[in-house]
Design a protein around this ligand. Structure first.
Ligand SMILES: Cc1ncc(COP(=O)(O)O)c(C=O)c1O
Ligand SMILES: N[C@@H](CCOP(=O)(O)O)C(=O)O
Length: 461
């Protein structure tokens, strides 16, 4: 399968090179040239299969030129073996037509583990076969970073540097990043917000001398491999609820738009998704854009759902690319306008987006109230990100079953959960000593040269 850049000016690549390239050399994001469509029979046959088997069937067409089927099946098996639930992504009923898809049973208790555990396997396989080593840089508002460090710690193939906004992640998130002691993983606290971290990561990719010198690659959702692995749970959830014979809608707590865009890919593959509801916190640029057609960036406000404190939402570029009919020139122009504050989406593209996406937002008070209400009505303790989804989903209920994605475990955000419910969710026993382990943190200013110097000085080779 070929992958092309959203901006149309970068080389066309196969899966492995797309995975290792991260950001396209024209600044765009790689997308499949054509999304494979599964038959109704193929989709119906997934109902009741093990998660790993569905993963193989859904992802195989995207990676067929890169991995032999047996190798890929073995990578999938290893990726999910450490999950704490046999279903990997169990579905719970909250109300007659409302379901919760629990995506927090992986090693770092957030949905990022679904992709990151598999990417660790795929990178190791490809880099070992090619006899090369890579430098991975990532930006995180808390969960991507911990999942990446967990997936890559101790691997020979890569050094990992994760930029996180100093003082703006939860204590559990920070400690998951700063306590692993393997020499190839580095947590870097940057003075700034998540958008600053993500912007510096993109700057490093656009500094070709540095990029090529350190063999730079990415594990944020700018890497299509990340999005691909997240497509799978839309299939397991929807087929459990009657797809392909019955449509299903999803509410997705959103920030960088990778998770909800994975749902868009599932829909293009033939899964009958009626609506994808984009749920945002106070940092509501996506909701404002889908409502008004105006994408205007602003200040990032710290919230009790910190992983969604994002204003420049990377993967929205992929959705725009589809909405503009694959016109790379138009996307390059919009992204140029974004650099100086924002852009207006054309009427045609906005209409195309609205055929798939709808949206809502939750204020801080609404998020807290949703954590409390879910506990009272259903007995579930939700993390604040999931609570944003739970709140927004209430306004989008109808005859179609609604699945809200539970993107993190409540124990990652105990202060917000305790403030709302009076209950402090405990960490699982395997993490019980997280607060006793020593931390290792590099501090850096929001300065490209300083970050590049730090990376060059701390790589193993
Ligand atoms: C717990 C949690 N929920 C929701 C999101 C938003 O997901 P996305 O950035 O894919 O939109 C994130 C961060 O990515 C997260 O960590
Ligand atoms: N919420 C994320 C932000 C980065 O998103 P990604 O999906 O692009 O890696 C986080 O927790 O770091």
């Amino acid at each position: 399968m070929n992958y092309i850049s959203t901006r149309g000016q970068a080389p066309v690549l196969g899966f492995e090179d797309t995975m290792l390239t991260g950001l396209a050399r024209d600044g765009g994001l790689y997308v499949p040239e054509a999304v494979p469509v599964l038959s109704q029979g193929d989709i119906a046959a997934m109902a009741g299969l093990r998660y790993e088997e569905v993963a193989l069937r859904v992802m195989r067409p995207f990676v067929a030129d890169a991995f032999a089927e047996d190798d890929f099946a073995a990578m999938i098996a290893r990726a999910y073996a450490g999950f704490g639930h046999p279903a990997r992504a169990p579905l719970k009923q909250l109300a007659p037509n409302h379901f919760l898809l629990e995506l927090f049973h992986g090693p770092t208790l957030a949905f990022k583990d679904f992709a990151m555990q598999l990417i660790g396997q795929m990178f190791e396989h490809t880099l070992t076969r090619r006899g090369t080593r890579a430098t991975i840089v990532g930006a995180t508002s808390g969960d991507t970073g911990s999942a990446a460090i967990e997936a890559f710690r101790g691997l020979d193939a890569a050094d990992v540097f994760i930029l996180y906004p100093h003082g703006r992640v939860s204590d559990v998130q920070r400690r998951q990043m700063t306590t692993p002691d393997e020499a190839n993983v580095h947590a870097v606290a940057l003075t700034g917000d998540f958008d600053d971290c993500q912007a510096r990561v993109k700057d490093m990719f656009n500094d070709f001398a540095f990029r090529d010198g350190v063999n730079l690659t990415a594990v944020n959702s700018i890497n299509f491999a990340r999005v691909l692995a997240q497509v799978v749970y839309y299939f397991t959830a929807a087929t459990a609820l009657g797809a392909p014979h019955r449509p299903v809608s999803f509410t997705v707590p959103s920030g960088n738009f990778g998770d909800v865009f994975a749902g868009h890919i599932a829909r293009r593959m033939g899964l009958p998704i009626k609506r994808l509801v984009v749920a945002t916190n106070r940092n509501d640029i996506l909701h404002r854009c889908l409502t008004t057609g105006e994408y205007r960036t602003g200040e990032v406000h710290p919230t009790i759902s910190p992983s969604m404190d994002i204003q420049v939402s990377s993967n929205f570029e992929r959705a725009l690319h589809l909405a503009y009919g694959g016109d790379g020139g138009a996307i390059a122009q919009l992204m140029e306008e974004q650099r100086s504050g924002g852009f207006s989406v054309s009427q045609g593209a906005l209409q195309a987006l609205r055929e798939i996406y709808t949206s809502g937002r939750a204020s801080e008070a609404e998020t807290s109230a949703a954590i409390r209400a879910a506990r009272e009505r259903t007995g579930e303790l939700l993390c604040p990100h999931t609570a944003v989804g739970y709140h927004v989903a209430q306004d989008h209920q109808g005859a179609t079953p609604m699945v809200t994605l539970a993107t993190a475990h409540p124990a990652k955000f105990p202060d917000a959960v305790e403030a709302a419910t009076g209950i402090r969710p405990p960490l699982p026993p395997r993490m019980a000593d997280l607060f006793d382990r020593p931390e290792r943190i590099a501090r850096v200013e929001n300065d490209l040269h300083a970050i590049e110097t730090l990376i060059e000085g701390n790589r193993a080779a």
